[in-house]
Design a protein around this ligand. Structure first.
Ligand code: SAM
Length: 249
């Protein structure tokens, strides 16, 4: 299997690129550690398109590619994850795993029970979360990088959510399972439609009753992952895996 790289720059800037380059750490690694030489072939993702890329020049600051034929790429799962901000080490783990599993985007949510100091520090953390998503996208050989939006208060995030199927992972829901909710939704929609799904996971302290009623006002369906209380990151990974199995089956 050829090694895959996600280009830092490409041209033309819109549409299908014909040329691409790696810069910064990626270029240094390719030049110094892997000792790339002109003529070598790698898989290169540029502007979301996966190509066979031929190295045309190598410097520690920039490695350039001529892009040959486009290769078949896997689409991201049509899942937007609304992930309440919780302890950063666990949050980072969740972002990494959600990226590996294929979500299209993640919005960190400032929930009522997100700890104050975490909510204050979250905006500065977003850049680090984007770097983690980039690394995880490369490592898992994705052809795109999930969008990590700026941390957003819950009300604003619910206001702008456009996914037709909106599912709230709720530790207080007792009967409707995520799998059952997805089955119902998929049976109701035309086979040709690609169902867009939003999944919301609460913080360590859970959602407040007010937040749960806000979700209800915005037509979110509360579901359970079973009788055990899961840590937020466990709930996120389990929910994505269940949804991925159902959406691709
Ligand atoms: N402090 C809460 C409690 O003790 O009831 C638990 C919150 S849990 C650690 C964090 C989030 O994970 C929840 O808000 C929910 O989104 C999700 N979650 C955890 N267990 C779940 C379950 N069994 N079903 C659905 N969601 C769950």
């Amino acid at each position: 299997m050829r090694r895959r790289w996600i280009a830092d720059t490409w041209s033309p800037p819109t549409g299908h690129p014909t040329h691409a380059a790696l810069t910064g750490e990626q270029a240094a690694h390719l030049a110094r550690v892997l000792r790339a030489t002109p003529g070598q072939i790698f898989d290169v993702v540029a502007n979301g398109f996966l190509h066979r890329g031929e190295v045309t020049s190598v410097a520690e600051s920039e490695v350039r590619f001529l892009l040959h034929e486009e290769l078949e790429a896997d689409a991201a799962l049509p899942i937007h994850l609304l992930l309440a901000v919780f302890k950063f080490d666990r949050m980072e783990w969740a972002i990494e795993k959600a990226t590996e599993l294929g979500v299209a985007g993640i919005t960190p949510i400032l929930a009522r029970r997100t700890e104050k100091h975490l909510a204050l520090a979250a905006p500065k953390r977003a850049e680090r979360w984007r770097r983690i998503a980039l690394q995880a996208a490369k490592q898992s050989r994705r052809t795109d990088i999930p969008e990590i939006l700026a941390p957003t208060p819950l009300a604003a995030a619910l206001q702008r959510e456009t996914a037709p199927l909106r599912i709230l992972l709720s530790e207080t829901e007792r009967s409707l399972t995520l799998a059952a909710a997805l089955n119902t939704a998929l049976n109701q929609q035309p086979a040709t439609d690609n169902l867009q799904l939003a999944l919301a996971i609460g913080p360590e302290g859970g959602w407040t009753p007010e937040e749960i009623s806000l979700f209800t006002q915005h037509n979110w369906t509360p579901v359970t992952l079973g009788p055990r209380i899961l840590r937020a990151e466990t709930a996120a990974i389990a929910a994505i895996a269940i949804a991925a199995a159902r959406l691709s089956g």
